[in-house]
Design a protein around this ligand. Structure first.
Ligand SMILES: [Zn+2]
Length: 102
């Protein structure tokens, strides 16, 4: 089975993409590496609007995404990273908006 490099869940029930372990109420959501409390795999947790959380497992991520992760960890602080995520969310939302450009 191919390992997924990301998992989307919500902050009340965070699912580890590697071991399917559920952890509740994550303590620290930041863009630096942490580990799954169950399988100890290195991962990064992000929180989004509407209580969504995203787990990324760098080990399984595409190479260019791994580069992006290490770039953001070296170049951006927490606040800058959060702003970048908000910008990406806005872009993604608008790319899916069919009314734009008509
Ligand atoms: Zn795990």
């Amino acid at each position: 089975m191919e390992n997924k490099w990301y998992t989307i869940s919500n902050r009340y029930k965070n699912l580890c993409g590697n071991c399917k372990f559920e952890s509740k109420g994550l303590q620290n959501l930041d863009h630096h590496n942490s580990i799954c409390p169950n399988c100890n795999i290195e991962c990064i947790w992000f929180s989004f609007e509407k209580d969504k959380t995203l787990q990324i497992i760098p080990k399984y991520a595409p190479e260019q995404f791994q580069k992006f992760i290490s770039w953001s960890q070296n170049e951006l602080d927490e606040l800058e990273f959060l702003e970048l995520i908000v910008n990406i969310e806005e872009l993604a939302k608008n790319i899916g908006n069919e009314n734009i450009g008509k």
